[in-house]
Design a protein around this ligand. Structure first.
Ligand code: AHR
Length: 533
């Protein structure tokens, strides 16, 4: 139901059933119009859409989360307290672990028992960095408990087996009276853990086994036959626009064989609960040519946002395949790796570490708007990655910690968590640069049970403020308050030794009159306005 129409040259894009007539907005000193149909409720925005991903990679786990009990950095049972406090503030719903490609080389027993006796290894998935196994299943579950999030385990398909995965799940979730439960109790946790999601492999077309979709469908069936009762099962991820992957998996692995389990066959209960999808943002479409994280050009800015916008098309087309195989809407899409991927930092403080700028905030806002506007199918997403890796929420340098512009966007978007998505129809001028032409504004709206309405808006144009009028139907808006993330330069970024230039500030000049809200969306900004009746 989300529609974007443009005042500029190009045609309408988006999904929807009707298109706004372009009103003479400019004549009223208004550049863009938004119509919010608050009386047309859509699906609930699943809080898991604001999920995160943690991989043993660079300083994502070691230093980022785990500092050890003897560290001078304040910690609870080895998990750093500043990071926990920051993550609690943004209500992280779910965390995917231990990878990524690392998961496809991970053997869970290496991370059990006294830490000084755990095997030392290397991270063979990326960079051959030392792996102490100090952070294993118990430490991960402790971390989740401290931040208040659910577990999404990615099991090893490339170098593991269904038996190893099943033993892991039995160990974690079995009753204290069972053999695996008794072993868990001896390791300090008699109570069974809860595992919400189980991912059957990671990028099984690549680092996760180099499989064809046909072959993986059979591998998936095999894993499901022993893992079916553990959590929500997520089938490994299509690579960006590999629609054939999704189609093949649904065709070959969605249901059990009739002869094997006649009852399940008759009830036609799907054995895929979620389909995975991975998609990264570069400046353009070439993995090999990455933009610098800072000091980039406006062309890089425009290409990055054009690439990010493709997420809308990807979801639309993967969801259309799901619609054919699952018209009842039982299977969700899980975008379990997404985010920006810039060129390695010249100083390389660690693997896949990148400085986080205002561009990342705009990418985050745009992507979250797309997820929300596809809430019918998008039921989980996990940004890559939580700390010190790629589009991180948090960066650390020894005992110092800063939150990133992406963190601020997740913070601003909190009112959308669990709210009911309502249609937001946008008519806005284009942002053009070189060959790139995009609508300058991206919007998404939701209505909360508590009686508030939230509008999130991204102005992609790095040069031009946009004067906006939002008409709200079916909601008697009387008050409004907004916060905005923006800065003077495209690559403004927080630093360990300076004040954060991107802390959200109150959005001035928001006027509510006769059910309409007018305000200015500053150039290159992400803003959230909350309306009350
Ligand atoms: O997030 C970094 C890597 O990107 C992951 O390990 C892999 O799944 C993806 O290719």
């Amino acid at each position: 139901m989300f529609i974007v129409s443009r005042v500029g040259k190009k045609a309408v894009i988006g999904i929807g059933v009707w298109v706004l007539a372009v009103t003479p907005a400019v004549a009223q000193g208004i550049d863009a119009r938004i119509i919010i149909d608050a009386d047309q409720p859509g699906p609930r925005i699943n809080p898991d859409v604001y999920g995160q991903f943690v991989e043993h990679l660079g300083r994502g786990v070691y230093e980022g989360i785990w500092v050890g009990e003897d560290s001078a950095i304040p910690n609870v049972r080895g998990i750093r307290s500043d990071v926990v406090a920051a993550l609690r503030r943004i209500r992280v719903p779910v965390v995917r672990w231990p990878g990524g490609c690392f998961a496809e080389r991970y053997h869970w027993r290496d991370g059990l028992g006294p830490r000084d006796r755990r095997p030392l290894g290397v991270n063979a998935a990326r960079g051959n960095e030392p792996e102490t196994n100090a952070f294993g299943s118990h430490e991960f579950m402790d971390f989740l408990e401290q931040i208040g999030a659910k577990a999404f385990l990615s099991v090893n398909v490339a170098s593991g087996s269904p038996g190893e995965a099943q033993a892991w799940l039995r160990y974690l979730t079995g009753p204290a009276t069972s053999g695996p439960g008794q072993e868990r109790a001896r390791n300090g946790h008699p109570q069974p853990y809860e595992i919400a999601f189980v991912g059957i492999g990671n990028e099984t077309w690549g680092c996760g086994g180099n499989m064809t979709a046909e072959y993986y469908s059979d591998v998936y069936r095999r894993y499901v036959s022993v893992l079916g009762r553990y959590g929500t099962l997520v089938a490994a991820d299509a690579n960006s626009d590999d629609y054939a992957w999704t189609e093949t998996l649904l065709k070959r692995a969605l249901y059990r064989h009739a002869v094997a389990t006649p009852l399940a066959y008759i009830s036609r209960r799907p054995q895929i609960s979620m389909m995975g999808l991975h998609f990264y943002t570069f400046a353009g479409n070439d993995w090999g040519k990455k933009s610098r994280a800072t000091g980039f050009s406006e062309t890089d800015w425009a290409l990055s946002l054009e690439r990010t916008s493709k997420m809308d098309e990807l979801i639309t087309r993967h969801a259309a395949i799901l619609d054919r195989y699952d018209p009842e809407g039982r299977i969700g899409l899980s975008i379990n790796e997404w985010g920006s991927w810039w060129a390695a930092d010249e100083n390389r403080p660690s693997n896949l570490y990148q400085v986080a700028t205002l561009r990342d905030a705009v990418i985050a806002g745009l992507t979250l708007n797309i997820f929300q506007n596809h809430a019918e199918r998008v039921r989980m997403a996990n940004i890559a990655q939580m700390i010190n890796v790629l589009q991180a929420m948090i960066l650390t340098r020894g005992e110092k910690m800063i939150v990133t512009p992406t963190y601020h966007v997740f913070d601003l978007y909190q009112p959308h968590q669990g709210a009911t998505r309502v249609p937001a129809h946008v008519s806005a001028p284009d942002y053009s640069h070189g060959d790139v032409e995009l609508p300058s504004l991206s919007a998404s709206a939701s209505r909360h049970d508590l009686g508030t309405l939230t509008l999130s808006l991204v102005n992609l144009d790095p040069n031009r403020d946009v004067r906006v009028r939002a008409d709200v139907h079916g909601f008697a808006a009387h008050e409004a308050a907004g916060r905005v993330v923006t800065a003077a330069t495209m690559d403004a970024h927080p630093d360990f030794d300076a004040q954060d230039p991107l802390v959200p500030v109150a959005l001035g000049g928001v006027v509510v009159q006769d059910g309409a809200v007018t305000f200015t969306a500053p150039a290159k900004s992400v803003l959230v306005i909350e309306l009350g009746e």
